[in-house]
Design a binder for this molecule. Structure first.
Ligand SMILES: Nc1ncnc2c1ncn2[C@@H]1O[C@H](COP(=O)(O)OP(=O)(O)O)[C@@H](O)[C@H]1O
Ligand SMILES: [Mg+2]
Length: 382
């Protein structure tokens, strides 16, 4: 069988740019060379798409070419952007200008804005190329902590008490919002912004001054803010894989090296530990796994998602924290490690995700996008 040409898209205009590079490098290195031909596609911090050159020297490689993906379902391949002075050249096969033939599928490996939020997924929908992971809606819900909670609550899933506010509303009357938070939520609490990830711009506030500072920081990143009650909890995570009938992995537990699982504790402090499986009772583990699947379906996810929970220390109560449609994906990240512990190796997981992308794509092709309309005939008759 011909090898599948997989565009691996990573980087991007996001605060999680660096994390995405680490995930993508691991994925590319693990792709079975007998089945796949990975085409690394780096999106730099200004949002430009680059192809070719070394994976190690991302910013200063002159062998790299600027490309873009036209939203044209008849092409399904990258186009050389040139230097902007000439008309774009279609990249037609290796040798002919050193270009690229059509992509069989794309694996978007972004975290955060402009990649995990439905934007890239929209481009891939228009280009009609199969891609790994959630579609436009699932991605958008997964990257909005406010609308994600609304979708969970609508599905009857337990969520943390929270108060949302727009940056403008907050700036208009900060005291009113602070008073509301103190009445309804109290301290400690978490100040975040809707599309945050990797704990960037997330503050645990123990008193008013920290809350004010936390909201100021959060409002430098996004126009939608929220404050949540801080739960004194263990943090449990489950990996979900599949499309319409998703499966849940064993449950894992994160033990952060810091007071909470902040950016440093996630990626830099080796004191943070992942316990697989989580040392919890069998019935709690079953509850968490079933809730993970319900959460996946509640936001219309597809392919993969990591679903994160709080288990309140005092009561043992399980509360949904969030769902990540493109979870950290290095070899030591929780998402693939939970599958490894469930019997699916890292390279095999990547293969399965590509298969799921193609399955979902084929299913979508069954839906008609045109009808036999007499509407225009009628118009010309009048
Ligand atoms: N309401 C909360 N109660 C307790 N801890 C929280 C709460 N919200 C966030 N945290 C801590 O902050 C971390 C990051 O918050 P999270 O909402 O998961 O955002 P991100 O998308 O950045 O991972 C969590 O893993 C947890 O350690
Ligand atoms: Mg999180």
């Amino acid at each position: 069988m011909r090898r599948l040409r997989i565009g691996v898209l990573f980087g991007g205009r996001s605060t999680e740019h660096e994390v995405s590079i680490l995930s993508a490098q691991s994925i590319i290195a693990a792709m079975d060379p007998d089945r796949f031909e990975p085409i690394p596609l780096y999106i730099d911090k200004s949002g430009r798409w680059l192809v070719g050159g070394s994976l190690k020297r991302l910013s200063d490689d002159t062998a790299r070419k600027y490309v873009y993906l036209p939203p044209d379902p008849t092409q399904r391949s990258l186009v050389l952007a040139g230097d902007g002075t000439q008309s774009p050249t279609h990249l037609a096969g290796e040798g002919a200008g050193g270009g690229l033939p059509p992509l069989d599928a794309v694996f978007p490996v972004f975290h955060g804005l402009n990649g995990e939020d439905g934007t890239i997924q929209g481009v891939l929908e228009l280009a009609n190329i199969p891609y790994v992971g959630a579609g436009v809606l699932g991605s958008a819900l997964g990257l909005d902590k406010i609308y994600m909670k609304r979708a969970f609550a609508a599905a009857g899933l337990p969520i943390v008490d929270y108060l949302p506010i727009t940056r403008r509303q907050y700036e208009h009357d900060p005291d009113a919002f602070i008073t509301l938070v103190e009445d309804r939520i109290g301290y400690p609490c978490f100040a975040k912004f809707a599309n945050s990830g990797s704990s960037v711009g997330t503050t645990k506030a123990h008193h008013r001054a920290e809350l004010v500072e936390g909201l100021r920081l959060a409002s430098t990143f996004d126009r939608k803010l929220l404050v949540e009650r801080a739960i004194d909890a263990r943090e449990l995570e489950v990996s979900v894989l599949g499309n319409d009938e998703p499966q849940a992995s064993v449950v894992g537990e994160v033990v952060p090296a810091h007071e909470f699982y902040d950016y440093e504790a996630k990626y830099l402090d080796e004191g943070s530990r992942l316990l697989i499986p989580a040392p919890i009772a069998a019935n709690a583990s079953e509850d968490v796994r079933s809730m993970a699947i319900q959460a996946f379906l509640a936001v219309d996810a597809a392919g993969m998602a990591r679903v994160d929970f709080f288990m309140e220390r005092s009561s043992g109560r399980i509360i949904l924290n969030e769902l990540n449609t493109i979870p950290g994906f290095t070899r030591i990240s929780m998402y693939p490690k939970l599958w490894e512990a469930s019997g699916l190796s890292y390279p095999r997981l990547i293969e399965r995700l590509v298969e799921l992308a193609i399955e979902r794509f084929n299913d979508k092709q069954r839906s008609q996008t045109a009808i036999d309309s007499r509407l225009l005939e009628a118009e010309t008759d009048q």
